[in-house]
Design a protein around this ligand. Structure first.
Ligand SMILES: *[C@@H]1O[C@H](CO)[C@@H](O)[C@H](O)[C@H]1NC(C)=O
Ligand SMILES: *[C@@H]1O[C@H](CO)[C@@H](O)[C@H](O)[C@H]1NC(C)=O
Ligand SMILES: *[C@@H]1O[C@H](CO)[C@@H](O)[C@H](O)[C@H]1NC(C)=O
Ligand SMILES: *[C@@H]1O[C@H](CO)[C@@H](O)[C@H](O)[C@H]1NC(C)=O
Length: 623
C-alpha cells in the first residue's frame, strides 16, 4: 500500500483536510492515541503533519479518529482525573459524547471537561476528565488545515478570478463566520466580479471534485456560506452589487452580492420597495433563496415570491436564465432551495410602491406573568383570523424577566396604512392585555421604518463592519389549520419563564405572524415555488447567544432551546404538521429534510440530480 503522502502526490484532485486537537497552551502538541486499538490511551505528542493518529473529526457530538474510534471515558467513570482512551464508536454511547464549544471540550451531560493532566505538555502525558473550570488546562484548539487541490488555483488564476487561500494574510478575515460558534477553514474564497467569473470559478471547483458554496451576506446561522464544514470553495458574491431599478415595468435587477439595507435604500430612492427582513446586513442571495420574511410580507409575500426571473450558474459552469417560461424546473427550485441547486447571481424582482406612510411600532410589557404571556399568544391566534388588514405586520418578542416565572413581552411590527388608523386596528388585540409598560410608535416614511427596525445598524453596509455573534437557533412553523393548543402555549410560556430565567444564555424568542386573514404568504399556491411551508400561521424563532456574544457557546444552550421547541411539540397532536424555516437553519435538527422541504423534497431531489449530479453544491441541511 502506498503511504498516505505518496497517495496524495499521485492523486492531485483530492482535497486534504486534517483536524488536530491541540492544547491552547502549547499548539506544537497534538492529541494522539497510543494506537488504533480499543482501549489505547490518549496522550499528547508532538504534532506531526498529516498524521492519521492526530486527525480527529469533530462532528455529531463525537470526537472520532481512524474512521471508527471515538474519544471515550473508560467505564463512564465520573471520577475527577479519569484517564481517557479511544474505543470503537457506538451510536448512543454516552461515554463518547462530547460538546465542543469555543475552546472547551465538555463530556456531554456532565460538568467534566477534557483536561491536560497537571498542565504538562510532555510527550506521552495522558489526558483526563476533570470538573470544568475554564482554566488553562481545559483550553483546546481544533485546527483544521486544508490544502486546495493544486489544479484549483491555476484554474482560478487563468480565469482572472481573484481568490484568497489558507496562508494568505487576509484568509482569517475572509473565512470568519458571522456565527462564531463555527470555525471553518475553506479551501479558498473566490471573489468573482461578473457572471462569467462565477461560472469559471464553479467549474474550477467542480472539475476538482470540490464542494462549492455561494456566500451572499455570509449570515447563514450555521455558516453554510463557508460550506458548513471545512474544505469548500467559497464563491463570495460581494463584488457583484449592481442594482437596476426599472420604472417601465416596476421590476429591479439585483445582483446577489447585495445586502438588505443596500437593497432597501436603492429601491426607495426610486420610490419602490420589496418585502424582506429587518437585518440590514443579511445578504439578498440566501434570504431570497430560502424565503425572506418581513413586516410587509402579509401584504406583498416573501422575498422569493417577488422573483420574476434569475440568472443561475450550474455545477458544470453553464449559465442559465430561469423564469416561468424558461428552465421552469430550475425556476421552481431556486425559490425555496437555491443554495443546493446552483449559484443565483442576480434576481429580477417585482417591486412595490413604497407605502406613503409606515409606522414602526413597539408595545412593551415588563415582567409579565405566565398567564399574561400565554394570553398574548392565544389572542394573536384569534386576532389574526378577524379579517385583519394585509398592511399589518406583527411579531411577539419574548425575553427573560427579572425574576423566575416572569417574562419581558413585546408586540413589534409595521403598519403600512394611514398612521391615524393604527390605534383602532390594533385595539382589538390590545384590549385582551394589560396596559403596556411603554408604547413607541414611529409614524413616518417607508425608509424611516426600515431604519427604525435596523436599530443601531446602518442601512449602508459598506459604512461599517457587522458585529459577529456566538449563537444557536431553532425554528418552528405552526400550521394555519391547527393553531397551538392552550396546553402547548402554557407549557411553552412556562418553560421560557422558568428555564429562561436561569439560562446562562442571552436569548429571545420571536413569534412572527406569517398567516392570518389576507396574508399574501398563504395566498400563493403551495406547489408554485419550492418553499414548502405556505400553510403557516406563526414562524417562531428561538435564538440564544452566549452571554458575552463571544465564544464559547455554552453546551447547555443547545438543550435549553431543544426544550423550548419540545415544550410545544410534546403538547401538540402527534400528527401536527409543523415545519422549520431554512433562514433560521439548525445544524442539529432531527428530521430536518421533512421539516424544511416537506412535500417538495422528492421533486427537489430529482431537479438536483439533473442539474448537480455530483452534489457540488452541498451543505448541512441542503437537499
Ligand atoms: C483526516 O480524516 C478525514 C476524514 O475524517 C479524511 O478525509 C482526511 O483525508 C484525513 N486527513 C489525513 C491527512 O489523514
Ligand atoms: C494548523 O495546521 C497547519 C497545517 O498543519 C499549520 O500550518 C498551522 O500552523 C496550524 N495552526 C496552529 C494554530 O497550530
Ligand atoms: C422589464 O423591463 C426590462 C427592461 O425593459 C426587461 O428586460 C425585462 O424583461 C422586463 N421584465 C418583465 C418581467 O417583464
Ligand atoms: C395612538 O395611541 C397612542 C397611545 O398608545 C397615543 O399616544 C396616540 O396619540 C394615538 N394616536 C392617534 C392617532 O390616536
Amino acid at each position: 500500500m502506498p503511504s498516505p503522502l505518496l497517495f496524495l502526490l499521485v492523486s492531485p484532485v483530492l482535497l486534504t483536510v486534517a483536524t488536530t486537537i491541540q492544547p491552547k497552551s502549547n499548539i506544537a502538541k497534538c492529541l494522539t492515541p497510543a494506537s488504533n486499538s480499543d482501549g489505547a490511551a490518549v496522550a499528547i505528542q508532538d504534532c506531526a503533519s498529516g498524521s492519521a493518529s492526530q486527525n480527529w473529526s469533530v462532528s455529531g457530538g463525537n470526537l472520532k479518529i481512524f474512521g471508527n474510534k471515538c474519544l471515550d471515558v473508560p467505564d463512564g467513570s465520573t471520577t475527577n482525573g479519569k484517564k481517557l482512551q479511544i474505543w470503537t464508536c457506538a451510536s448512543g454511547n454516552t461515554n463518547q459524547a462530547w460538546t465542543v464549544s469555543g475552546n472547551s471540550i465538555q463530556w456531554t451531560g456532565h460538568s467534566l471537561c477534557l483536561d491536560l493532566t497537571d498542565g504538562s505538555s510532555s510527550n506521552g502525558n495522558v489526558v483526563q476528565t476533570w470538573s470544568c473550570t475554564s482554566g488553562p488546562n481545559q483550553q483546546w484548539v481544533a485546527n483544521t488545515s486544508s490544502n486546495p487541490p493544486s489544479g484549483l488555483q491555476s484554474s482560478l488564476t487563468a480565469s482572472g478570478v481573484s481568490a484568497v487561500y489558507p496562508g494568505d494574510s487576509s484568509f482569517a478575515s475572509a473565512s470568519k463566520s458571522y456565527n462564531l460558534r463555527f470555525t471553518i477553514t475553506p479551501a479558498a474564497v473566490a471573489y468573482p466580479t461578473n457572471v462569467q467569473q462565477v461560472a469559471a470559478a464553479v467549474k474550477a471547483g467542480s472539475d476538482n471534485k470540490m464542494q462549492v458554496v455561494a456566500r451572499s451576506g455570509g449570515h447563514s446561522y450555521i455558516a453554510n456560506g463557508l460550506g458548513g464544514n471545512s474544505g469548500a470553495l467559497v464563491i463570495d458574491m460581494s463584488k457583484m452589487k449592481a442594482i437596476t431599478v426599472r420604472s417601465s415595468n416596476n421590476t429591479a435587477l439585483i445582483e446577489t452580492g447585495n445586502r438588505l439595507g443596500d437593497v432597501a435604500t436603492a429601491l426607495n430612492n426610486a420610490g419602490r420597495a420589496l418585502p424582506h427582513g429587518t437585518c440590514p446586513y443579511v445578504g439578498i442571495g440566501g434570504h431570497s433563496g430560502y424565503g425572506g420574511f418581513g413586516f410587509t410580507s402579509r401584504a406583498w409575500g416573501l422575498t422569493l415570491d417577488t422573483i420574476k426571473s434569475a440568472t443561475v450558474v450550474l455545477a458544470d459552469g453553464s449559465v442559465k436564465t430561469a423564469s416561468s417560461s424558461v428552465n421552469t424546473d430550475l425556476f421552481w427550485a431556486i425559490r425555496g432551495a437555491s443554495p443546493s441547486i446552483g449559484i443565483v447571481t442576480s434576481i429580477e424582482v417585482q417591486t412595490f410602491a413604497a407605502p406613503a406612510s409606515a409606522t414602526a411600532f413597539f408595545y412593551n410589557w415588563n415582567n409579565v406573568d405566565i398567564a399574561t404571556a400565554s394570553k398574548a399568544i392565544s389572542s394573536l391566534q384569534t386576532f389574526a383570523a378577524t379579517n385583519i388588514p394585509k398592511e399589518l405586520g406583527v411579531e411577539l418578542v419574548f425575553g427573560a424577566g427579572s425574576s423566575k416565572g416572569r417574562l419581558s413581552l413585546g408586540l413589534t411590527g409595521g403598519w403600512y396604512g394611514a398612521a391615524t388608523s393604527l390605534n383602532s386596528t390594533i385595539a382589538p388585540y390590545l384590549k385582551d392585555l394589560p396596559a403596556p409598560s411603554s408604547t413607541n410608535l414611529n409614524p413616518g416614511s417607508y425608509i424611516n421604518s426600515i431604519k427604525v427596525f435596523a436599530g443601531d445598524q446602518p442601512l449602508d453596509t459598506a459604512s461599517a463592519p457587522e458585529t459577529a455573534d456566538t449563537f444557536y437557533t431553532k425554528s418552528l412553523m405552526t400550521p394555519s389549520g391547527s393553531p397551538m393548543s392552550s396546553a402547548a402555549i402554557t407549557a411553552f410560556v412556562t418553560y421560557m419563564a422558568n428555564q429562561g430565567f436561569s439560562s446562562d444564555t442571552a436569548w429571545f424568542v420571536q413569534v412572527e405572524l406569517y398567516g392570518g386573514s389576507n396574508s399574501a404568504i398563504n395566498a400563493v399556491p403551495l406547489d408554485s415555488t419550492a418553499f414548502a411551508k405556505r400553510d403557516t400561521l406563526f414562524t417562531i424563532q428561538f435564538y440564544a447567544s452566549s452571554s458575552s456574544y463571544q465564544p464559547p457557546y455554552p453546551s447547555d444552550g443547545f438543550s435549553f432551546l431543544d426544550g423550548m421547541v419540545s415544550s410545544i411539540t410534546s403538547n401538540s397532536p402527534s400528527n401536527w404538521a409543523y415545519g422549520a424555516y431554512l433562514n433560521y437553519a439548525d445544524d442539529k435538527l432531527t428530521n430536518a429534510a421533512n421539516l424544511y422541504y416537506g412535500s417538495h423534497l422528492d421533486r427537489l431531489k430529482s431537479i438536483k440530480a439533473s442539474v448537480d449530479p455530483s452534489n457540488t453544491f452541498r451543505m448541512p441541511v441542503g437537499v
